[in-house]
Design a protein around this ligand. Structure first.
Ligand code: G1P
Length: 302
């Protein structure tokens, strides 16, 4: 096995890649002119939850893979001079601090994916910006409420296993066919950490090797880039990240990690509604009033 050696004592996950070029067809008509990554859960665009998670996990370089119609994502993480000037002159210092905090969220680089050729292709676009070091991938649609944040949990596992890690959760029934699915064996030291034996993208229910679905958080070694270069197109005629990771298995260990926390598929209407309600209920400034209002809703009483 030609296992690539990193000097793990010095290796830190510094870079997080955010594929954000998808068309968001599951959320039409809202996403006709607005990127799905900018849909707000309560008052924050879903991509900002992911960026804050990456920074909390110690990443200081954010790489966003965008496409046509996504420039408002760049504007969101940039300084808004007019807005800041107005907030300052009106003495709205709390809002000013919030606006500044967003543009100070670490270094953000953008690269365009010119054609929607799949998640593996989107990750491959980040190759030059990532270079030869392990890195994180965050799929912004997957908003995860967890303490510590999901990526931080995975970074702790990476410190231990020094290999690629895929976040997973159990998915029951036919919904499993919407995911990458792993066949894995729990490790003796921690059953949440599983050694991956095989993985398949969007299997039919009868072909799914387990109920452990891949969720949108990955830590990958840079070998993934050379593998993605030669991975044939897979499910849906797209270059699948899952297929590239299957290639990794021939060279190094890959782990599944069943994270602690709740994941919302915010790219789906129902998942988005659930995230909105749960996050609003947790807000200090809104939660009590919102809870009281929800409890009084007449359709819930019948
Ligand atoms: C992608 C991945 C899939 C993974 C899922 C998690 O699928 O290809 O392996 O399980 O994200 O959200 P998509 O949701 O882009 O179809």
């Amino acid at each position: 096995m030609g296992r690539k050696q990193f000097n793990m004592a010095k290796t830190k996950i510094r870079k997080a890649v955010f594929p954000a070029a998808g068309l968001g067809t599951r959320f039409l008509p809202a996403t006709k002119a607005i990127p799905k990554e900018m849909l707000p859960v309560v008052d924050k665009p879903i991509i900002q939850y992911g960026v804050e998670e990456a920074i909390a996990a110690g990443c200081d370089q954010i790489i966003i893979v965008t496409g046509r119609g996504k420039t408002v994502i760049e504007d969101h993480f940039d300084i808004s001079v007019e807005l800041e000037r107005q907030l300052e002159s009106r003495g709205k210092l709390d809002l000013l601090a919030m606006a500044r905090q967003i543009s100070n969220l670490g270094r953000v680089a953008y690269i365009r994916q010119k054609e929607a050729m799949g998640l593996g292709h989107a990750v491959l676009m980040a190759r030059d910006l990532v270079g030869d070091e392990p890195f994180a991938v965050i799929l912004p649609d997957d908003v995860i409420d967890a303490t510590p944040p999901c990526l931080q949990q995975m970074v702790s596992v990476f410190d231990e296993v020094q290999s690629s890690i895929l976040a997973t959760q159990v998915v029951e029934g036919p919904a499993i066919s919407s995911y990458g699915v792993i066949d894995a064996k729990p490790t003796a030291r921690n059953p949440r950490i599983m050694e991956v034996k095989a993985l398949v993208e969007k299997p039919k229910l009868k072909d799914a090797p387990s109920k452990n679905a891949i969720i949108g958080r990955y830590i990958l070694t840079p070998r993934i880039f050379e593998l993605l270069e030669t991975t044939p197109l897979g499910a849906g005629g797209e270059l699948q990240l899952t297929d590239g990771i299957r290639g990794l298995l021939e060279h190094e260990k890959v782990y599944g990690y069943s994270f602690e926390g709740t994941r919302y598929d915010a790219g789906d209407k129902l998942g988005f509604l659930k995230a909105t309600v749960e996050f609003a209920l947790k807000r200090e400034d809104l939660g009590d009033e919102f809870r009281a209002w929800l409890q009084g809703l007449s359709p819930l009483k019948s």
